[in-house]
Design a protein around this ligand. Structure first.
Ligand code: ZN
Length: 692
């Protein structure tokens, strides 16, 4: 049997996100951020790679959502196609091409593929009785039908799955079935469906999954697949592969291109992965390339980044479809991640238990790299992980700001102070200490070490290694204390500063896959922009380079931000009533009396520029006239605020909020519909009156 060659080029895909809701951090950590790190590394290392993705815009869940919102499926997918692209752009997810499955081009690609499978006799056509909603005039597949679970008796099980016990179901198994469209009891009516008889494929699938063998040849190194991926596939195959319908009686989707199949569309799990092919075709057309090279040349490696909920589709169903077609490569690697939980609970779109990427970046426009950093630090590579806002704050403050930001800044400041910003050289004959040599050796081996971890999908460790370079540089500077030697041994200080500059320059290259914006800033300042992965070395930065300006790389995250983010979780209309804030921890009388609360009158009010949430209030406290910034602009217009009496915490330390110094805080009540309201004093209470 032949051995596995190093691939000539790689085609990378990330799971097509489903266009019926915004992107959250769990999605990012599952299929997009790991692929982005992987692809950025390959590009920097000069490898041939293309990375495609796109929006998955078909399926019953989208039509149901449209129905609920009273708009068309097209409006739903347009909205989320844009939202998702914005979220990816915001987090610097660097797809080569992003497509969508509702496009004409994709419909054609999917229909041609289906016809080829039809020609190859890959389907079994069966006419059988299916549930039909007479009021809605529609067959009820998957999520259109609910009832009690035949396995665990739970109510509200769907036609394809019981979410309570996890069983895979078919609509006919449900007890007391009900249409989710009209609520009526459905009737049985015959319809024709195209089934993929998966049982036929069990033999070769086992070889492919367990041994990495395809058509009697070694196809990929099965030992390099993640054990949870192989485990899930094996248990599916062991459970017996059932035939699966590849068409649905629905109006929204890719029409089945067969005469007499009006009102039928391709099953979304047939059409969605073909979106990878469409996306590659579009990319190739744009770049004057032949797409076939990327899907049909055996020297191209095909790799799917996904979350664990998509494993069987990418490792079993899609490979069957590709093999049945005959012209395409099969996946060589599927590095699926597990799930990321959030603050002690599963991420849930319907309960609004999520960190929405677009919303987060809108409120924290400089936090793209910090968010990438935290998500990579806790990436669920081998098992589920958990995101918490306290951990987010600690990692930014203690790692990015205190170690990386602080180190880079110190090197810049000292180089400017001692050498007017020009990187010093190590003079001929200058002796290096053991510590110097050890640092040089670190830089010598760093790129290979980090690259190797990335290629093995160990992104957490890879980022840790890259950060360790900064840690070692920081420690070196702290222990060598150049500021103590500058007067007595300037030649020694030149060695120290030369090496410190080399460490920073290398960070500009080695951090790029993880923190692209930070790496770019460092690279520009230290004169190494355009450097590639293999340029990283102890002599990367040229002596004499004049260091450019560098803004503060990371600002610290305060308690208020953490508190506000946690408070947003689960904050939606449906469970608002259940969401009464528990009593806070006990406080003391002294703590309370340390707060100076007074009644104040608002005399002026204007919006704070370039913000949506903030108003700038001028208030008369009885003591003085002062300025207070308040986050109430979404609840009140300035006109509604002027003239009001408010309760003000007057001795709160002044804070600079978006360029305005706020001297105090207006107290507001949050009512159970989520609105903010003023606490209005009784008649006769005046500005300056003390509250105690
Ligand atoms: Zn059940």
């Amino acid at each position: 049997m032949n051995s596995i060659r190093t691939p000539k080029r790689r085609l990378i895909t990330s799971a097509l996100p489903y266009a019926n809701g915004p992107i959250h951090v769990g999605h990012m950590a599952g299929a997009y951020l790991p692929a982005d790190i992987y692809v950025r590394y390959l590009r920097s290392a000069g490898e041939e790679v293309v990375w495609v993705c796109g929006s998955d815009e078909h399926g019953a869940a989208i039509t149901l959502r449209a129905k609920k919102d009273g708009i068309t499926p097209k409006e739903i997918v347009d909205r989320y196609h844009n939202e998702m692209q914005g979220a990816f752009k915001g987090l610097d997810i660097s797809f080569d091409h992003y497509s969508r499955t509702s496009s004409e081009k994709h419909h054609k690609v999917a229909q041609d593929f289906f016809l080829k499978l039809l020609e190859n006799k890959s389907f079994e056509v069966k006419t059988e009785e299916q549930y039909f909603d007479q009021e809605a005039d529609q067959f009820l597949a998957d999520r259109y039908i609910t009832g009690s679970c035949p396995k665990c008796q739970a109510e509200g099980a769907y036609g394809d799955q019981c979410e309570k016990c996890g069983s895979t179901l078919s609509p006919r198994e449900l007890i007391n079935p009900k249409s989710t469209l009209s609520g009526s009891k459905p009737v049985l009516k015959p319809t024709t469906l195209w089934y993929l008889p998966m049982g036929r494929h069990e033999g070769w699938l086992r070889e492919y999954i367990e041994k990495g063998v395809l058509n009697g040849e070694l196809h990929h190194d099965a030992k390099k697949w993640k054990s949870h991926v192989v485990g899930q596939c094996k248990s599916w195959i062991d459970g017996g592969l059932q035939s699966r319908a590849m068409t649905r009686d629905l109006k929204w989707g890719v029409p089945v291109p067969v005469e007499g199949a009006e009102g039928k569309v391709l099953y979304v799990w047939l059409d969605a992965p073909l979106g990878y092919i469409t996306s590659t075709m579009e990319w190739a057309e744009k770049n004057g390339q032949d797409w076939r090279k990327w899907w049909q040349d055996p020297e191209t490696e095909l790799m799917h980044f996904i979350g664990k909920d998509n494993i069987v589709f990418h490792c079993i169903i899609f490979p069957i479809l590709l093999k049945e077609h005959g012209d395409f490569n099969l996946p060589h690697q599927v590095p699926a991640n597990e799930f990321m939980n959030l603050e002690g609970d599963k991420i849930s779109t319907s309960r609004n238990w999520a960190v929405w990427v677009s919303e987060f970046l809108e409120n924290n426009p400089e936090s793209s790299d910090p968010m990438r950093y935290v998500l990579t630090s806790i990436m669920p590579e081998q098992k589920d992980s958990e995101f918490t806002w306290n951990d987010y704050r600690d990692r930014i403050n203690n790692e990015l700001a205190d170690v990386l930001g602080n180190f880079v800044n110190r090197v810049l400041v000292l180089t400017r102070k001692y050498y007017e910003g020009a990187v010093p050289a190590i003079l001929e004959g200058q002796k290096l200490t053991e510590v110097d040599t050890s640092l040089i050796n670190e830089l010598e081996s760093a790129s290979e070490k980090i690259g190797d971890l990335i290629l093995r999908f160990r992104f957490r460790e890879a980022q840790l290694e890259a950060m360790n370079i900064a840690r070692k540089g920081n420690k070196y500077l702290t222990e060598e204390e150049p500021w103590k030697l500058q007067k007595t041994d300037p030649a020694r200080v030149e060695v120290i500063m030369h090496l410190a500059c080399q460490v920073v320059g290398n960070l500009g290259v080695l951090l790029e896959p993880f923190l692209p914006r930070t790496a770019e800033k460092i690279s520009i300042s230290f004169g190494v922009s355009g450097s590639k992965w293999n340029d990283a070395s102890p002599s990367l930065v040229k002596p004499g380079t004049i260091l450019g300006d560098l803004p503060i790389l990371f600002s610290k995250v305060d308690e208020e931000t953490v508190g506000a983010e946690i408070a947003k979780l689960g904050d939606n209309d449906t469970d608002k009533k259940l969401n009464i804030m528990p009593q806070k921890e006990q406080t003391t009388f002294d703590n309370f009396t340390s707060m100076d609360l007074r009644v104040a009158t608002v005399t002026e009010c204007i919006p704070v520029e370039k913000t949506k949430k903030l108003l700038q209030l001028t208030v008369d406290t009885g003591l003085d006239i002062r300025t207070v910034v308040s986050g109430i602009a979404e609840h009140f217009s300035p006109e509604e605020v002027i003239g009001r009496k408010v309760v003000l915490l007057v001795n709160l330390a002044p804070r600079n909020i978006r360029g305005v110094e706020s001297q105090g805080m207006v107290l507001m009540a949050t009512t159970d519909d989520g609105k903010l309201r003023f606490i209005t004093p009784e008649e006769g209470v005046n500005a300056g009156d003390v509250i105690s």
